[in-house]
Design a protein around this ligand. Structure first.
Ligand code: ADP
Length: 612
């Protein structure tokens, strides 16, 4: 067994690998970029090596730096995680050539599955059903258009070297084909340096079903059943589960047997995933499930398989890479219960899923309910350099409904702030009637997503509770429900004024602010006056921090006279400088900003009072 391991990755997957390696008594070595100097994977590893600047192409994607780090620290093996260099056959070869153990398949297996057309041909030869279509050499546009007509519209044009949905277009009618082809070719040439295309039948009511496979160096290949990843947004997975809803035993057996044949055809060693697409217009049927591609690495969604099989897939990877046989035979593997995973992103669904960055001042989950695989911690920075996935929330239940409710509860009781998260979006998706029924196809979010992305607002009940808590205790003494002195108290919430109905005496000196957490969302509630509001807010002189950041310069002092447009202070946020200026002529009545201080979104930095 190997005794030391370098993890050529970051974020949750690096932490996930470190956890198992540690349990196995293996020394762990992390690598990190500038932006990740304080990242969780660096803290958790036994050692860490700095490998360069923040952009991945100058650090996590530079194979030589990673191999050099392994050499200097005396690491025996390299685990690539997913993404970055995990499916780079040249890197896998270079690792082996350097005398290190590569925790992954042979470079030849990666290459064989690297191009979609070659992989599909190989699979056809191995007796694995592939999506109907054209996957030949002839790239003449007129010829390809003929093929598309033969397949029958709608068709899907796909770049053979594609990934992440790039170089891929659905074409509904013959008249659109030539233009779509040209645009796919341009995109693929720019992204992959290869403009070859294949044409596939566009599957209607498509479901994404994949099978976890595992091979070893002793010639064994087993499968660990299927996962369903049909809930997607723009061809990216959002929620994954295992097993697949509506899968009967006969279909499962046929599908998993095909997956094992696929892995055997490329002499597969280690953890891999065979992705299939199913036409689910009449449920899941063995003759309507086709091979799409193979991912020659550990998958993001591997935890749901671990939860239902009781297998630690990272442990298996490390054992197999050390030359041991797969610990269990096919007969010893069984499905137990149901597992569901949600991908939690630092992004704002209400703003077109714009990535959200900054300090995670709050990052909390009810961990006792399930499993959280994360690469961040409360107080950590979410930087703009990498994938915005900050955690995977994984629930397990005896059956599907139990897992679904548990996952929803875990998300509802989470609190992430001031960085935005897609938590409320995930809760809405879990509640969609099609998801509840287990009949999701990959187009669901495209059709019904709008209702799921609306900016969440706290309930009146939560707002009133929070507002009451801001009222000084001495005044609360007289609080009685339905008390006659009902009044409306203005607050600042998410940059907007909201009026909260309070029953009870007025609060003259409310506490400065508080957070309201409900249903997976967090808001900051500030009494309107403390925020510098002046009743109606029209002549509001409150200078609020527009986003979390750092005050880098303060140009005025309390009591200074200022004129409209005069620069008051400079804030650095999202790597940019922002000047905050006086909204009208007046005096600096209050100055809270201190140069060098970190500030939260909507923090009251200064207050300008209008000149008499
Ligand atoms: P990429 O490698 O770019 O991610 P894939 O071939 O894995 O592309 O396809 C990504 C997603 O696109 C799938 O998960 C599925 O949702 C959809 N898709 C792929 N092929 C088809 C098809 N023939 N018909 C309908 N949808 C498809």
């Amino acid at each position: 067994m190997i005794t030391s391991l370098l993890i050529a990755n970051r974020g949750e997957i690096a932490c996930r690998i470190i956890r198992t390696a540690r349990e196995m008594g293996i020394r762990t070595i992390a690598v990190y970029s500038d932006a990740d100097a304080k990242a969780l994977h660096v803290r958790e590893a036994d050692e860490a090596v700095h490998i360069g600047p923040s952009p991945a192409r100058e650090s996590y994607l530079v194979g030589e730096k990673i191999i050099a780090a392994a050499k200097t620290t005396g690491a025996q093996a390299i685990h690539p995680g997913y993404g970055f260099l995990s499916e780079n056959a040249e890197f896998a070869q270079a690792v082996t050539d350097a005398g290190l153990v590569w925790v992954g398949p042979k470079p030849s297996s990666i290459t064989a599955m690297g191009l979609k057309d070659a992989a599909k041909k190989l699979m056809t030869d191995a007796g694995v059903p592939v999506t109907p279509g054209y996957m030949g050499e002839n790239q003449d546009p007129a010829f390809l258009a003929e093929q598309a007509a033969k397949i029958g519209y709608p068709v899907l044009i796909k770049a053979v070297a594609g990934g992440g949905g790039k170089g891929m277009r659905k074409v509904d009618a013959a008249g659109d084909f030539i233009d779509a082809l040209a645009s796919c070719q341009r995109e693929a040439a720019a992204s992959f340096g290869n403009d070859h295309m294949l044409i596939e039948k566009y599957i209607l009511t498509p479901r994404h079903i994949e099978v976890q496979v595992f091979g070893d160096t002793h010639g064994h290949v087993v499968h660990l059943f299927e996962r369903d990843c049909s809930l997607q947004r723009r061809h990216q997975k959002v929620i994954e589960e295992a097993p697949a809803p509506g899968m009967d035993e006969a279909t499962r057996e046929a599908l998993c047997a095909a997956a094992v044949r696929a892995a055997q055809a490329v002499d597969y060693v280690g953890a891999g995933t065979i992705e299939f697409i199913a036409d689910a217009s009449e449920g899941l049927r063995a003759d309507r499930i086709w091979f799409m591609e193979m991912n020659t690495r550990l998958q993001v969604e591997h935890p749901v398989t671990e939860e239902i099989t009781g297998v630690d897939l990272v442990e298996w990877q490390l054992r197999v890479a050390s030359g041991e046989p797969i610990p269990l035979t096919q007969d010893q593997l069984a499905i137990n219960g149901w597992a569901m995973e949600a991908r939690l992103y630092a992004e704002d669904p209400a703003k077109g899923f714009l990535p959200s960055i900054g300090t995670l001042e709050l990052f909390q989950f009810p961990e006792h309910l399930g499993r959280i695989d994360t690469g961040v911690y409360e107080g950590a920075e979410v930087s703009p350099f990498y994938d915005p996935m900050i955690a995977k929330v994984i629930a397990y239940g005896e059956d599907r409904e139990e897992a679904r409710e548990m996952l929803s509860e875990m998300l509802e009781d989470s609190a992430i702030w001031p960085v935005k998260s897609n938590s409320a979006f995930l809760i809405a998706a879990l509640d969609h009637p099609d998801f509840v029924a287990g009949t999701v196809d990959t187009g669901l979010i495209g059709r019904d997503g709008e209702a799921m992305t609306a900016a969440p607002m706290p309930s009146d009940h939560a707002l009133t509770d929070a507002a009451m808590a801001l009222v000084p205790r001495s005044l609360q003494a007289g609080f009685r429900l339905n008390a006659p002195d009902v009044r409306i108290a203005p607050f600042l919430l998410d940059g907007k004024r909201v009026d909260v109905t309070l029953h009870g005496p007025g609060a003259e000196e409310p506490a400065p602010a508080m957070l309201v957490a409900e249903s997976g969302a967090v808001w900051q509630l500030t009494p309107w006056r403390a925020a510098g509001g002046t009743g109606g807010g029209a002549s509001d002189g409150a200078i609020l921090s527009p986003m979390p950041g750092k005050v880098i310069a303060v140009e005025v002092a309390a009591g200074d006279k200022v004129i409209k447009g005069q620069k008051l202070l400079t804030l650095e946020a999202m790597k940019m400088e922002h000047s905050l200026t006086a909204p009208f002529d007046g005096v600096v009545a209050q100055l809270n900003a201190i140069a060098g201080a970190q500030v939260q979104v909507e923090a009251l930095l200064a207050k300008i009072e209008a000149a008499e």
